[in-house]
Design a protein around this ligand. Structure first.
Ligand code: AMP
Ligand code: MN
Ligand code: MN
Length: 320
């Protein structure tokens, strides 16, 4: 069983680094922290690295303060664990390819092929946190409230609160097990999902004004320019989930949000669909990836208008 091999490799290693993708989300941070805490409980020497700051709404999570935000890694670890992405490049961390002896990749994206010495890619898992849940359990760690808090966050965020089509009965069973440890899920949900800073509230007001609708309202676009972020004193991670407002409009099948990054002509595009558009496929064609109803890509050499035009043309082809 691949999980046992992964655990064996981890237990045989003296130094372990855990990494995940740039612009971290709840699944990324939650699964990193859960694995980190489990390894610590086993007396292992583990460290966590991210390229970007932990989003404000996730900083309450246990051990979140131990995540090191870095541009590059120059230390060598026995094992590097890459979570919630199938590509080392998506960590955005320089020199990462030279910082390990063995690489373990754990992910749930349908577009991930798996990489490294050991990999476990399960696209039927709603979140990487579901896979980490199994691994932690097999490590013999049960009923750990801190780990459960992190895993619940992973699963809750990646399923949009058990609402997206990736949610399964297993997702609910795992959530039930996690609740049985006594976690304060009301507090977790409020922190990670509902509560927002005033700057996020103001950002939201401005971004909603950018709505563009096409093809009889089946396609919706939202735009976050650098100027909008700056004007509202909002951080990049506060754009998370705004896309759902566009997706939720009646008649909309597919929504996209275009986020201007610091670098000129670097645009992050997120895609969400309601019933039939394969976002993973579309994102893949633009050099990204993800899941069937939620995917994304980063465009690096075209203007905002050109990216919009290209994506619009591609999406029109799949409309029914
Ligand atoms: P996002 O739009 O960033 O919220 O991402 C939606 C889903 O697609 C998440 O599961 C991401 O991990 C995945 N995703 C986003 N961008 C990329 C990319 N460039 N390559 C592969 N997967 C991506
Ligand atoms: Mn993620
Ligand atoms: Mn995920």
């Amino acid at each position: 069983m691949i999980e046992s091999k992964i655990i064996q490799q981890l237990m045989e290693s003296n130094s372990i680094a855990i990494v995940s993708h740039e612009n971290p989300d709840g699944d990324c941070v939650g699964s990193m922290l859960a694995l980190y805490l489990a390894l610590k409980r086993k007396g292992k020497n583990a460290r966590m690295f991210l390229k970007s700051n932990v989003p404000k709404n996730l900083r309450f999570l246990p051990a979140a303060e131990n995540i090191e935000v870095v541009d590059r890694i120059d230390v060598k670890f026995d094992v590097l664990v890459l979570l919630d992405t199938g590509e080392l490049e998506r960590t955005g961390i320089e020199n990462i390819e030279n910082c390990y002896s063995k690489l373990i990749n754990i992910d749930h994206h349908v577009t991930s092929e798996g990489m490294g010495d050991l990999f476990y890619i399960n696209s039927s898992s709603a979140a990487t946190g579901e896979i980490i849940y199994q691994i932690v359990k097999l490590m013999g760690i049960d009923n750990d409230k801190e780990i459960a808090t992190c895993l619940y966050t992973s699963i809750f965020t990646d399923t949009g609160g058990f609402k997206y089509s990736n949610t399964t009965s297993i997702t609910h069973q795992i959530a039930g097990d996690l609740i049985n440890t006594g976690i304060d899920f009301v507090y977790i949900i409020n922190k990670v999902f509902d509560e927002m800073s005033l700057s996020k509230f103001n950002l939201l007001k401005d971004v909603l004004q950018t709505l563009e609708l096409f093809e009889g309202n089946k396609i919706a676009f939202l735009t976050v320019t650098r100027e909008i972020l700056k004007r509202n004193g909002a951080s990049r991670d506060e754009t998370e989930n705004i896309i759902n407002f566009a997706k939720n409009i009646e008649d909309v099948e597919v929504a996209a949000i275009f986020i201007e990054e610091e670098e000129e002509n670097k645009i992050k595009v997120s895609l969400r669909s309601k019933y039939y558009i394969d976002c993973a496929q579309v994102a893949k064609e633009f050099g990204g990836g993800g899941h069937i109803r939620a995917a994304g890509f980063t465009s690096r050499n075209a203007s905002l208008d050109a990216v919009k035009e290209n994506l619009l043309r591609r999406l029109k082809r799949d409309l029914r």
